[in-house]
Design a protein around this ligand. Structure first.
Ligand code: GAR
Length: 203
């Protein structure tokens, strides 16, 4: 088999999506890729403990007390040191500049907890997305995995999965179900899609 694509996962918090990716990898669902680095924007992120428990190196790069440029220089240094082929944003809450995104064209994917183009854009992240869906009264929501590129290709969609909204849902119960029924399934699938593409390009 050709060399596996080397994956970095960027996280900021609990890291349940990271856990889903690591479990998928361990059960052979990402045969063309390997998660070799976890990068947290917050040194307290529980995701770093999850990485350690799975034997994957973790680093923290906090934006506090540094410029955007320094922050991204540090990220890029880690990506270079670990010879990363592509990056998965799995609940990564720090903004990345257009320049960074350009350097990694077609090499960054993100999971968003709604069916894009609904409930996305500025200020829409985490629980807020589910609060907005409930406030609107939609009956179906879901999750989207998309490429993070410059406009016009900005958010080319790779995978989506719908999740039903129940009458008694709270933002918290909806968030949990969207993760269980959509995010945790889509991310490993998308990781394998990109890894397969990168490894076949390498041949
Ligand atoms: C997930 O619900 C993810 O979709 C969301 O943050 C959560 C991270 O959870 N991401 C966004 O809102 C990005 N716009 P996790 O740390 O347990 O994986």
């Amino acid at each position: 088999m050709t060399k596996k694509a080397r994956i970095a996962v960027f996280v900021s918090g609990g890291g349940t999506n990271l856990e889903a990716l690591l479990n998928a990898q361990e059960s052979g669902k990402i045969p063309h890729g390997e998660i070799v680095l976890v990068c947290a924007s917050n040194p307290e992120a529980y995701a770093l403990t999850r990485a350690k428990n799975h034997g994957v190196p973790g680093v923290a790069v906090s934006k506090k007390q540094m410029s955007q440029q320094e922050f991204e220089q540090q990220l890029n240094k880690h990506l270079k040191d670990y010879q990363i082929d592509f990056v998965i944003l799995a609940g990564f809450m720090s903004i990345l500049s257009e320049e960074f995104v350009r350097q990694w064209t077609d090499r960054i994917i993100n999971v968003h907890p709604s069916l894009i183009p609904s409930f996305c854009g500025k200020g829409m992240y985490g629980l807020r997305v589910h609060e907005a869906a409930l406030a609107k009264g939609v009956k179906v929501t879901g999750a989207t995995v998309h490429l993070v590129n410059e406009i016009p290709d900005g958010g080319r969609i790779l995978l989506q999965k719908a999740v039903e909204i129940r009458d008694d849902d709270s933002a918290e119960s909806l968030q949990r179900r969207v993760m269980e029924e959509a995010e945790w399934l889509l991310l490993p699938q998308a990781a394998e899609m990109i890894a397969l593409q990168i490894t076949s390009d390498k041949v």
